[in-house]
Ligand binder design. Structure first.
Ligand code: NAG
Ligand code: NAG
Length: 525
């Protein structure tokens, strides 16, 4: 009797184990750009997939010390050298050379290309790629301009998912949707959103054409060369031929977009564009370190949190401006937490310099009055998630459009980054503190943001598993990708109409000219 039960139980254990194994996928996650904010997104993806029981290989420039039995990390910290000492990350330089720094599209595309080559040629990465026994079920790569990573999914013969750190931009939608109409599309290098004025439309059209020109005439030829150089031997090692590059670029299963409906109106989107913005946020947030917790609890007039994110270091702000900012913060009743990477002399009593800020936990604290931010998409999403009124000081890229949207949604004020920043910032702080409408608006948006069928992290895991289960989720692809250009432009019908017209006029003319000739003949006769 006992034996029978035991064998039944062991069968159950085997069955459960099989079920578990069947749902445990091997996933390659690649976030190679050396930017801490992008890494936060990558770490979020990895955490969610590990929690769901999957095995993850994470390619990152910032490998973590604490590991997980199902996590393998590939260290590409060598990529950091590609971005060090860049003038574009130096606030002093940006202030001094406002008009000189206008080739950011080319700069970013070139950087993304260099990072992609450096990543794929990294020694540890090479070892992984050359190991013909290694297999994966799906590949997830952060999409920042570079397309070269499409070779990874092809090499393992599995679906490709792009993770896009921004919203519904035409530079990402180009991979899974029809050509976007510039009049109704947005991008990170444009600070406004539709409907555009006539000058804005001109600017947007110009910028999109510039983007395309740089991508297709300058960067893509280099990408194709690197694709051949890097992937041809790898495919040969597996006895396979290198697929045609263009066939891979437009063979994306899904794009996970770090955006959400509460951030504003979006263009119509194909079904394989998934809005999972906010998935990187830990909910409930981790507890604050004790000293910070005490500071936030004990501030009678509330706390203001100031951070320009992780890419633009506060230490690159000009000295004079730092002194002015300290003076301004010192004159406030509130406590100010300033994320600053180095020690500062002469800090007023109510100002605390924190070198590493647990941002989500600070934003979650009920005693926080305001967030002064550069307006990166992570900070913007976190401000809505936790419902915190914001002052935006945009520096570059999508920060302008993020802050402009936040201002239009009534929960933020914008302050321009200039040498006069402090004067404008003082006014903005007073306005935000004295008018309750900013807080009410952001709380209303926060309610919209949280009102979803499932939290974004759950949704993300679902779609990744769905892509694996359905072998690439081909059914989610937009039908427009199947329709050739001549059909969309009605070229065939135009040609047909033209030929028909020609034929009719020919027949018509020949009948009438005959009649006319006959008529002429009878008349002369
Ligand atoms: C930032 O730019 C300023 C002005 O061009 C320069 O003096 C300074 O050395 C730069 N700082 C860094 C860290 O590159
Ligand atoms: C395109 O993706 C699908 C689904 O992931 C896959 O089956 C197919 O082999 C891919 N095509 C090419 C040319 O790689």
């Amino acid at each position: 009797m006992q034996l029978v039960l035991l064998s039944k139980m062991s069968r159950l254990v085997v069955l459960l184990c099989m079920l578990h194994c069947a749902f445990s996928y091997k996933i390659l996650v690649c976030y190679p750009i050396p930017a801490k904010s992008l890494n936060s997104l990558g770490v979020g993806v990895v955490r969610l997939l590990l929690d769901a029981g999957h095995e993850v290989t994470y390619v990152t420039p910032y490998p973590k010390q604490d590991t997980h039995p199902k996590l393998t990390q590939i260290d590409v910290s060598d990529n950091v050298k590609l971005i060090e000492n860049q003038d574009a990350m130096n606030i002093t330089y940006l202030l001094e050379n406002e008009q000189k720094f206008n080739n950011e599209i080319e700069w970013l595309q070139e950087l993304a290309y260099q990072v992609s080559v450096n990543t794929l040629e990294n020694d540890d990465m090479k070892k992984l790629l050359e190991n013909v026994k290694a297999t994966f079920d799906v590949v997830i790569v952060d999409l920042l301009e570079a397309d070269l990573y499409v070779g990874l999914a092809a090499l393992y013969d599995v679906p490709l998912i792009w993770a896009y750190s921004a919203g519904a931009h035409s530079t990402a939608l180009r991979l899974i949707d029809d050509l976007q109409n510039p009049a109704s599309s947005t991008d990170f290098f444009i600070s406004v959103y539709p409907p555009y004025s006539i000058t804005e439309r001109f600017h947007v059209l110009y910028k999109q054409l510039e983007w395309r020109y740089i991508k297709y005439f300058k960067i893509k030829p280099k990408e194709e060369m690197s694709y051949k150089a890097i992937f041809e031997p790898l495919f040969a090692g597996r006895g396979r031929q290198l697929p045609y590059y263009d066939d891979l670029i437009y063979n994306v299963s899904l794009i996970l977009s770090n955006d959400h409906h509460a951030s504003g109106k979006l263009p119509s989107l194909p079904q394989n564009w998934k809005l999972v913005g906010g998935y990187h946020i830990q909910d409930p947030p981790l507890p604050l370190p004790e000293d910070l917790q005490a500071i936030m609890e004990e501030s009678k007039h509330g706390v203001i949190y100031f951070s320009l994110g992780s890419v633009w270091k506060s230490e690159t702000i000009p000295k004079r401006l730092i002194e002015d900012l300290l003076k301004l913060f010192g004159s406030l009743k509130q406590t100010v937490l300033w994320k600053f990477e180095t020690d500062l002399p002469n800090v007023p009593e109510n100002v605390y310099i924190i070198k590493w800020a647990p941002q989500q936990s600070i934003l979650a604290h009920p005693n926080l009055k305001m967030f002064i931010s550069h307006g990166g998409l992570l900070s913007s999403t976190e401000a809505i998630h936790f419902g915190v009124p914001t002052i935006g000081i945009p520096i570059s890229y999508d920060q302008f459009i993020n802050i402009n949207k936040a201002v239009s949604r009534g929960y933020a004020l914008k302050v321009r980054l200039t040498y006069d920043l402090v004067k404008d910032l003082k006014l903005a702080i007073e306005k935000l503190l004295s008018n309750p409408k900013y807080k009410e608006n952001v709380k209303a948006l926060s309610a919209i943001y949280h009102d979803r069928p499932v939290p974004p992290g759950k949704e993300l895991v679902h779609w990744v598993e769905h892509v694996v289960r359905t072998r690439g989720a081909v059914h989610l692809k937009s039908i427009v990708l199947d329709v050739p250009f001549y059909q969309k432009a009605y070229l065939d019908i135009m040609v047909l109409a033209y030929l028909t017209y020609k034929l009719i006029t020919y027949v018509w003319n020949s009948i009438f000219s005959k009649q006319r000739r006959r008529y002429k003949k009878t008349k002369t006769n």
